[in-house]
Design a binder for this molecule. Sequence first.
Ligand SMILES: CC(=O)[C@@H](O)[C@H](O)COP(=O)(O)O
Ligand SMILES: NCC(=O)COP(=O)(O)O
Length: 238
Amino acid sequence: MTKLSVNINKIATLRNARGGNVPDVVKVALDCESFGADGITVHPRPDERHIRHSDVYDLRPLLRTEFNIEGYPAPEFIDLVLKVKPHQVTLVPDDPSQITSNSGWDTKANLEFLTEVLDQFNSAGIRTSVFVAADPEMVEYAAKAGADRVELYTEPYATNYPKNPEAAIAPFIEAAKTARKLGIGLNAGHDLSLVNLNYFYKNIPWVDEVSIGHALISDALYLGLERTIQEYKNCLRS
Ligand SMILES: CC(=O)[C@@H](O)[C@H](O)COP(=O)(O)O
Ligand SMILES: NCC(=O)COP(=O)(O)O
């Protein structure tokens, strides 16, 4: 079964717009779980423009599903993750000024750094995932560094899907086959949506988890959160 992890960054963006606690990030996360989400993803950025470190501490004891924390492994991030001990940490190569994630790691060039960081999380019993482009070599070096999983950066798939679905998915199938051959797990995320998710799943049904935020929360404005989560779950069936 492919798990749906709901990324709640955008709920925190809305909350932060007014400085109060509406919407309540923890309540929304718990409601996502009740509505069928298999996990919750957050990406605390250094400027705390959406998810704050305090949100991460508040969420941890209350979540009943898998908690995935994404981010660049700066010392503060490593410290937060080691204290909170989520089910999974996903390493993303973002610099602090980025609007959103826009590339995967060069796992070959950063092999030593990633190996050291992953070792800390692996030793703490936290499942590790490394955000990579759909490139078999990047998947291979993530495995060499000690990652339990890779997360394929799906923005190029989402962009190219409307023009040519077969061409858009082709490199992702190759990268996903490499992960399977190496015996590591497979996640995917960024710009997945109700438009492109089912085709991704049908072509790569062994994907362990998709994490989805921007499109899902936007769809919820029209459909409501419960129905939206159910529709995304429906896309993860053949
Ligand atoms: C790694 C990834 O693709 C997502 O975490 C994405 O970066 C969402 O982050 P923002 O919500 O800050 O855009
Ligand atoms: N890892 C990807 C994620 O958590 C959500 O990305 P997006 O759906 O907000 O683009």
